[in-house]
Design a protein around this ligand. Structure first.
Ligand code: BJW
Length: 235
């Protein structure tokens, strides 16, 4: 029932809200991660330089936690759309996620772009290699490629440039529909994508528990928990 002027190509931006019902904390709002930890202490390059132990412990804890969580009905619905849309509509789906968890992939989605990186990757600051990483980083393990103890979480902190922005802007410019799911619209450049889409004449739809900061930019907003409104939109 994807509707909205029979789109062919769809770009879907997801945020922490889509994983909330899988038991992964969101960032903002009551009980969110930024209520328990100051952004400046754990999510900037300066924080990592100042107190690497604190930052590594914060990410080790979250990396361990996500491995105990499961994809929910919203992840599964998007995965179905991603797999079936090319046959159904002759178009493409790209899921651009701000999330660093792997629940889209474990739900079966194929076309996923992690603009803020991935918890399950470690990035070597010495040789620039990335490695799949399910264990801890606090004990400073050596990089499997160069042997230096210079691994950091492969996530995008404030002040760093999100990944693959050119690919994202290109996908938005080729889209007929831009859908934003479970994000507060507080963090740029992700929050600005709806305006880019609007400027290009792309239809825009917001699916969220409550209106996001950029809600006024969307052609349409549907409110509710992701596990209900995402499958309802996809079916
Ligand atoms: C549900 C639900 C349910 C709950 N069902 N929904 C322009 C203006 C002002 C400032 C800037 C600007 N441009 C850049 C900046 C600076 C900065 C920034 O945006 N600051 C703002 C705080 C103002 N941005 C940056 O520094 C970025 N880099 C950058 O801009 O480089 C220059 C550049 C510019 C242009 C092009 C290219 C480059 C980097 C940002 C990196 C963000 N990193 C983090 C941490 C990642 C690692 C980690 O996980 O620790 O990414 S911060 C955090 O916020 C995380 C998230 O991906 C991101 C977004 O959060 P999200 O997903 O929206 O979560 P919440 O919690 O905010 O919202 C959850 C939503 O779900 C809510 O709406 C709920 O209602 C809803 N919900 N339950 C449905 N069941």
């Amino acid at each position: 029932m994807v509707a909205m002027n029979r789109p062919r190509n769809i770009v879907i931006l997801t945020g922490a809200g889509i994983s909330a019902e899988s038991g992964i904390d969101t960032f903002r709002g009551g009980g969110g991660l930024w209520e328990q930890h100051r952004v400046e202490d754990v999510a900037t390059p300066e924080a990592f330089e100042r107190d690497p132990d604190l930052v590594l412990r914060f990410y080790d804890m979250r990396r361990e936690a996500i491995q105990t969580k499961e994809p929910n009905a919203a992840h599964h619905a998007l995965a179905r759309l991603d797999r079936e849309w090319p046959k159904k509509a002759g178009g493409e789906v790209l899921i651009v996620t701000q999330n660093v968890d792997d629940l889209h992939e474990r739900g079966g989605a194929l076309n996923v772009l992690h603009m803020h990186g991935e918890h399950l990757n470690a990035w070597c600051m010495a040789c620039d290699e990335r490695h799949r990483w399910t264990g801890t980083l606090i004990d400073r393990p050596p990089c499997p490629a160069c042997g230096e103890s210079a691994l950091r979480p492969d996530v995008v902190w404030f002040g760093e440039v999100p990944y693959r922005m050119e690919d994202i802007y290109q996908a938005v410019s080729g889209a007929d529909l831009f859908v934003s799911i479970g994000t507060s619209g507080a963090v740029y450049p992700a929050a600005g994508l709806v305006r880019s889409a609007r400027d290009l004449g792309v239809q825009t739809l917001e699916l969220n528990l409550e209106r996001s900061q950029g809600s006024a930019w969307f052609h349409e907003t549907r409110l509710g928990p992701a596990t209900e409104i995402v499958p309802a939109w996809v079916e």
